[in-house]
Design a binder for this molecule. Structure first.
Ligand code: PLP
Length: 384
């Protein structure tokens, strides 16, 4: 087996879809600046317009609600840092399970940041958001609530609908990091309560380095990069038409490809198989609704750094959870927030499947997992 032959790290970055690759490469050959009025400029503008419609369709958004950014991290920072300023909020509310992009942006506002907890299943404690809103209302403070839709580490689907009911009719603002839900669950941005949502290209089989901020009309003043008036004045900087074209093409086909890969079934087979090999297996978030493509688990005593190295040598790419800074194998703040003891957290690994995954991948993975667990047992004198 060749190194990294089986890729089970779609939540870190999904493989490029062929349609996205073709659109991306096609647009790289176009010359000009999409803001120019000549024919070349207009051709690039048409590429961007098409992609905007494609991304809007998948997000259930109006075209003019889609603002292309350099990544979801940038979109998140625009929503939180720019939103705090434009809306004049007094404090930010986030959950302890947010991606670093949200946590760091909240810190960067310089405002007080209230962190609400996760329960043992990994669900945001909605009652803590309700208390924060009630406390703010008493003193006339205005809040920006920033939560995620689907957790990147555990796949837990958050009760955003309940949070919308609380924040929607209030004078407070709601931002949703929808990166891990985009294309997998309906966002229906235009008809739902959030003021803004962020999505990313490379999580849906588009190129990396492209994202979008979905913004309702009243949020149009939310800025991070003023610049030369691109994106209707909402994000300055000459657009990367090639990256945008790849993102758009991915948005066009991703949901169908993802559905056809039958990832929930693959994850179920993987979890059942791992349990047969390691009956003491712990699966995080197992008792609640999870997105079907990810499993986050631990074999008590088998450290993730050791297991991942063993799997990597067998050509199996999994991750230790949030794998956004390359090579990082550290404790997970998400699992810690769920009350997972540090010792067990050091054994946590994530396998995430997607549009290119197959049953053969699961079979190869289970074979490798069996070898790694078997070696661990032999080393530690544990009976099989
Ligand atoms: N939010 C979540 C939940 C993510 O999983 C990620 C990436 O892992 C991001 C934000 C950042 O996305 P990008 O890599 O496009 O900046």
């Amino acid at each position: 087996m060749t190194r990294q032959a089986i890729y089970l790290d779609h939540n870190a970055s999904a493989p490029l879809l062929p349609e996205a690759r073709a659109a991306h490469i096609g647009a790289l050959d176009l010359v000009g600046n999409p803001s120019s009025v000549h024919a070349q400029g207009r051709a690039l503008r048409a590429v961007i317009d098409k992609a905007r419609a494609q991304v809007a369709r998948l997000a259930g958004a109006e075209r003019d609600q889609v603002v292309f950014t350099g990544s979801a991290t940038e979109a998140i920072t625009q929503a939180i840092v720019g939103g705090a300023k434009a809306f004049g909020v007094d404090a930010i509310v986030v959950s302890e399970g947010e991606h670093a992009a949200v946590l760091k942006a909240a810190e960067a506002t310089g405002l007080p940041v209230k962190k609400v907890g996760l329960d043992d299943d990994g669900l945001i404690k909605v009652e803590e958001i309700a208390s924060a809103l009630a406390a703010a209302d008493l003193v006339g403070m205005r809040l920006l609530v920033a939560v995620h839709l689907v957790n990147n580490e555990t796949g837990v689907i958050q009760p955003v609908d309940r949070i919308e009911v609380l924040v929607g009719p209030s004078p407070h603002y709601l931002f949703v990091d929808a990166v891990q839900g985009f294309g997998k669950v309906g966002l229906e941005f235009a008809s739902r309560a959030p003021d803004m949502m962020a999505v990313s290209g490379h999580k849906i089989g588009g190129p990396a380095g492209i994202g979008a901020l979905l913004m309702k009309g009243h949020a149009d003043q939310v800025r991070l990069i003023p610049g030369g008036g691109q994106e209707s004045g909402r994000r300055g900087g000459t657009e990367s038409a090639a990256a945008i074209a790849g993102f758009g093409a991915a948005a066009e086909v991703f949901a169908e490809r993802f559905y056809h890969a039958n990832v929930s079934e693959l994850v179920r087979t993987a979890e059942d198989g791992m349990r047969l090999i390691a009956p003491d297996l712990v699966i995080f978030g197992e008792k609640t609704d999870r997105i079907g493509n990810v499993t986050n688990f631990a074999v008590p005593g088998l450290k993730n750094a050791v297991a991942m190295m063993g799997l990597d040598l067998l050509g199996l790419a999994v991750s230790s959870g949030s794998a956004c800074s390359s090579g990082k194998v550290g404790p997970s703040h998400v699992l810690a927030a769920m009350g997972v003891p540090a010792e067990l957290g050091e054994c946590a690994m994530r396998a995430s499947f997607g549009w290119s995954s197959s049953l053969e991948d699961v079979e190869a993975y289970l074979k490798g997992f069996g070898e790694v667990v078997g070696r661990h047992r032999a080393r530690h004198g544990v009976a099989a």
